[in-house]
Design a protein. Structure first.
Ligand code: URA
Length: 246
């Protein structure tokens, strides 16, 4: 595309941008702007109909900095003691770890981790992305760091690589990879995301999970800069890693 034929980027009124980001109804967002509570790229803007390019727009809303994204793609370092449910039963929800606008715009976890599992959890409000990442057909590999209750023996790792029979499953399930990485530590790569799959597989192999951490989904590793409970936006490079089909 040359400069003459390039279309100007699409612009959107500020009240609509705020609404899309989860700040409330269009009317409420318009009132926020008119009340002088919104800065755009560091400048006060009091006109709810002023138009801007949404993607990457930097706002300050009632003193809080916000970068606008058309779709939300996030990684969270899930801590222990949080449930991946909107209506948790026994522990707080992982959604309480996100800013209110992200919850309001309907961000959802891509699959679930148990309340006592830590590590990489993706979240998004893009239904197609969630479907692609969780579809059993795509077999996105997920890597788990497993602390075991008993010392691991090679026969257990071999059983996990060759396949173990789980209750209610028609055939044995094999890990894509399984290596012993410590006296009581395994690194397990799975293609599926069945209920309590790691715990059930390790139990079927004759050991027991003492602690579980997901370190990687496809080509994307948990960002070591994120402490438990912290989240960040996925970058275009992160999304490219997740889209890779190899
Ligand atoms: N397998 C489990 O048993 N638990 C998790 O949280 C994830 C995978």
């Amino acid at each position: 595309m040359n400069a003459k034929t390039a279309k100007p980027p699409k612009t959107t009124p500020l009240d609509r941008i705020l609404q899309s980001q989860g700040f409330g109804t269009r009317r409420y967002c318009g009132d926020l702007v008119a009340a002088g509570m919104v800065e755009v790229e560091g400048e006060l803007c009091e006109d709810p109909r002023a138009e801007f390019v949404l993607e990457g727009l930097r706002l300050t809303v009632d003193g809080e900095d916000w970068v606008c994204h058309d779709k939300a793609y996030l990684m969270l370092h899930k801590p222990t003691g949080y449930e991946c449910s909107q209506r948790p039963l026994h522990h707080p929800s992982v959604y309480t770890l996100l800013p209110v606008p992200l919850r309001e715009r309907g961000v959802q976890a891509v699959g679930r981790l148990d309340q006592d599992t830590t590590g990489l959890l993706l979240l998004s409000d893009d239904g197609q992305f969630i479907h692609a990442q969780t579809s059993p057909k795509r077999k996105v590999p997920k890597v788990y760091e497993v602390a075991t209750a008993e010392p691991v023996i090679e026969a257990q790792a071999a059983a996990l690589r060759e396949g173990v029979q789980l209750e209610d499953e028609p055939a044995p399930i094999a890990a894509l990879a399984c290596e012993i990485v410590g006296e009581r530590a395994l690194r397990l790569t799975l293609a599926e995301g069945k209920y309590h799959q790691v715990k059930r597989m390790v139990a079927a192999a004759g050991n027991h999970v003492a602690a579980l951490h997901r370190s990687r989904i496809g080509g994307l590793a948990l960002d070591p800069a994120l402490a438990p409970g912290e989240w960040r936006w996925l970058t275009p490079a992160d999304l490219a890693e997740l889209a890779r089909k190899d």
